[in-house]
Design a protein around this ligand. Structure first.
Ligand code: HEC
Length: 507
């Protein structure tokens, strides 16, 4: 290997983060997206739920409704309707009235979906869709492969579990989170382009224009409902929460399940309660091109339905990239000074209520940034979401190899190692990758990146035969080059026998 080549590989070791102070680059128009979109797409091929037709089906005596993935993605971008949040002005990349903006997002996400219990294909107001490949999902690294996949009642996937004491001081044991996300037609167009050929996904086709950033179109919107197995005894504020039946783990303790065997992941129909709603929207006026917001359930809030008792917690349009932990927070559990976090809005009343015993949300996300009650408290909405891309990368510095080498411990010492940590709190522009270990951005959609991950985990066998999906071939080549670049770190600058560069293996 020439030394120039080695230098290039070395440079490629560095994780790249793009801090943007201005709105994302000129966007691709609807017209161009439509002109370049593939129109020969194959639809209807994705499984609906975990082990469908392979032993995961409802039992003969099950009388309830069975989830069907809404997957007839549009091949043309539906004309932009007048979206309600677009009526709210922006100044310097931020909405002038964040609370009203957030409320407009929620109302749009609920419209027509509430009366049909989010069986969105029955929505009579507008069309909604789901993400392919979430039937076989490995969301949490310690969970057994595929076991987090969609259950058959609502199509919910299993997420991060909350250990005792996380939600309230009365919560003794683990409670499990189950959730579902729904994409509007503008978002679904992008998903449909990526999965135009269900057997050969093209992550770079999210925006069909190869000369532009790999973005969802403006107006793409996603709503996510988060349910928990938590009861009112453990968390008094879930009283009168929306209760649904779902086919979820019979045993709530992930440590017990993950010790195996597979039979410990047995599922049964039981009750789950809605505790959080997340929304995210692509809006080119925002600092990052996205806004992410969240609502928490409060049984004491006014409102005659559980949907109306969802209290706004906050909205993020950027990560406030310059505010280090030591500058914003007094200690690992706060308090944190909101005035330094200029790229978000936090509802001050909700923040106070969440800290009132027995509720135990004594923190927001990292350094006081927005994160939801069932999210990892040392992360933030945008911190996790801006990593979205293929291949997937760790969503938290703690989970990365770098974090493990540096011995990060966010619970006890969140203020240390800011150079790495703050990379996760930078502002990645919409459609740009987070790290140079990624090939494609999935533009803030972590379900899209997980979906692609789930695809390759099942479809790319070792050795990548000639008929393998193109993504598998790219991944195999990527893997080889990643290994080589690490080797190069060890040998760079070391003289060979004649004083020249050490010979290296050809590609
Ligand atoms: C610890 C990392 C993490 C944090 C913090 C986080 N998310 Fe997510 N989010 C994920 C992952 C992983 C997924 C995909 C898996 C899933 O939905 O089951 C996801 C999915 C979503 C989706 C579904 C759409 C999609 O494709 O990404 C929305 C909407 C969403 N999150 C909004 C939010 C909001 C709003 C917040 C802050 C209140 C937030 N998230 C905080 C990791 C995170």
């Amino acid at each position: 290997m020439t030394s120039l080549k080695r230098k290039i590989l070395l440079a490629a070791q560095a994780l790249a983060v793009l801090a943007v102070g201005v709105s994302s680059a000129a966007a691709t128009s609807d017209e161009v997206r439509n002109k370049l979109a593939r129109k020969d797409c194959v639809r209807g091929k994705f499984a609906n739920y975990y082990l469908e037709g392979k032993g995961g089906d409802p039992s003969a005596d099950y009388r309830g409704r069975v989830f069907k993935l809404s997957q007839n993605f549009p091949d043309q971008l539906p004309p932009a309707e007048k979206l309600p949040w677009q009526a709210i002005d922006f100044k310097d990349g931020a909405p002038v009235d964040p609370r009203a903006y957030l409320q407009a997002l929620l109302e749009y996400g609920l419209e027509g979906n509430v009366p049909v219990d989010f069986y969105v294909e029955d929505n009579t107001v507008r069309k909604w869709y789901g993400m392919p490949w979430m039937d076989w999902n490995t969301e949490v690294a310690s969970d057994w492969p595929g076991t987090d996949g969609r259950e058959f009642v609502h199509g919910f996937t299993h997420e991060f579990d909350s250990s005792g004491n996380t939600l309230s001081t009365l919560q003794r044991d683990f409670v499990d989170t189950w959730s579902g996300a729904y994409y509007n037609d503008r978002a679904a167009f992008g998903i449909g382009q990526v999965y135009c050929n269900p057997d050969d996904p093209k992550p770079g086709a999210l925006n069909p224009d190869p000369t532009a950033l790999n973005t969802f179109p403006d107006g793409a919107f996603i709503i996510k409902l988060l349910f928990s197995t938590v009861t009112e005894e453990q968390l008094p504020s879930v009283k009168n929460a929306l209760e649904w039946k779902a086919h979820v783990f019979a045993n709530d303790d992930p440590r017990w399940r993950n010790a195996g065997p597979l039979s410990r992941f047995k599922r049964e129909i039981s009750t789950i309660r809605m505790i959080q709603i997340d929304v995210s929207v692509r809006d080119e006026r925002s600092t990052t091109g996205w806004l992410l917001g969240t609502f928490g359930y409060d049984g004491n809030a006014p409102g005659d339905t559980p949907w109306k008792r969802m209290v706004p917690l906050g909205l993020q349009w950027g990560n406030s990239p310059r505010a280090t932990f030591a500058e914003t927070c007094k200690g690992p559990n706060g308090p944190c000074d909101q005035s330094k976090l200029t790229e978000q809005w936090i509802n001050p009343q909700a923040l106070k209520d969440l800290n009132t015993a027995p509720l135990n949300f004594n923190h927001l996300g990292y350094g006081g940034r927005l994160a939801g009650p069932v999210d990892n408290a040392k992360a933030s909405c945008m911190g996790c979401h801006q990593t979205a891309g293929f291949p997937v990368v760790p969503i938290l510095p703690e989970f990365s190899a770098n974090g493990s080498v540096l011995g990060l411990d966010a619970e006890r010492q969140p203020q240390t190692e800011q150079s790495l940590r703050m990379m996760y709190q930078g502002n990645v522009a919409s459609g740009v990758v987070f790290s140079d270990t990624q090939l494609y951005s999935s533009d803030s959609s972590l379900q899209l990146s997980m979906s692609l991950q789930n695809f390759v985990s099942m479809r790319c066998s070792a050795g990548s035969p000639p008929d393998a999906p193109s993504l598998c071939k790219q991944l195999a080549r990527w893997q080889g080059l990643q290994r080589k670049s690490i080797d190069a770190v060890l040998t760079f600058g070391k003289p060979g026998p004649d004083g020249g560069p050490l010979p290296s293996n050809p590609d």
